[in-house]
Design a protein around this ligand. Structure first.
Ligand code: CA
Length: 224
């Protein structure tokens, strides 16, 4: 059984999420503020965290930073508005996916399952594999990116996006294909979610590696 920590200070949302996740056979822990979220994550080692952004104590961004500092753990961030989601993606805060309130419990469960599956896939990846593109070296097993000797820290989605494009260099990939392969069905993620993550990647990797293909999507450029 997978253990999920739900961090939410709004009692009705907390109760609804906890009830649904328990009905889906997850073990569920809860926290209602920043400090107790960090303490509970350390004490219970959850497989995934559902994390509200606005919390008493310190906010979800700080919770995310602190729990990610200990070990890599998938975080599904709950946001109040879609522009808040775009802003957080642009900041590259380290959450793996975002859900804007109000959301359906069905969608929440779908996102949780996608994140857990992706984590498992990463965990039982086979032999070490690396991709080299435009001076960047991607280790697909360790999910790390280096530029010369410097490590570039990417969120899980940023890594998946870069690895997908890097495996098909100089090929235009549509936003729909990226959404399907990286977010998985039925994520409910939108085209502009892809755009926000590309923007975050360009901030970390420079503006030239990922090219916008107008009317289609994106392509990874490599020096021939
Ligand atoms: Ca809140």
């Amino acid at each position: 059984m997978k253990r999920i920590l739900v961090v939410e200070d709004e009692p009705t949302i907390l109760a609804a999420v906890v009830t649904r996740l328990r009905a889906e056979d997850f073990l569920v822990e809860t926290a209602v503020d920043g400090p107790s979220a960090v303490a509970t994550a350390a004490a219970t080692a959850p497989d995934l965290v559902v994390l509200d952004v606005m919390l008493p104590g310190f906010d979800g961004l700080e919770v995310c930073r602190r729990i990610q500092a200990e070990r890599s753990i998938p975080v599904l961030m709950l946001t109040a508005r879609s522009d808040e989601t775009d802003m957080l993606i642009g900041l590259g805060v380290g959450a793996d996916d975002y859900l804007t309130k109000p959301f359906s419990m069905r969608e929440l469960v779908a996102r949780v399952r996608v994140l857990l599956r992706r984590m498992e896939r990463a965990g039982d990846a086979g032999e070490a594999q690396t991709l080299s593109v435009g001076g960047y070296r991607l280790d697909l097993q360790e999910r790390r990116v280096h530029h010369e000797e410097r490590e570039i820290h990417l969120t899980r989605i940023e890594f998946d996006l870069l690895a997908f494009l890097a495996a098909r260099p100089r090929t235009a990939i549509s936003r729909a294909v990226l959404l399907e392969h990286i977010w998985g069905p039925p994520s409910g993620a939108e085209s502009r979610t892809v755009d926000s993550h590309v923007k975050a990647l360009r901030r970390k990797l420079g503006p030239d590696l990922i090219r916008t293909v107008h009317g289609v999507g994106y392509a990874l450029e490599t020096p021939r």
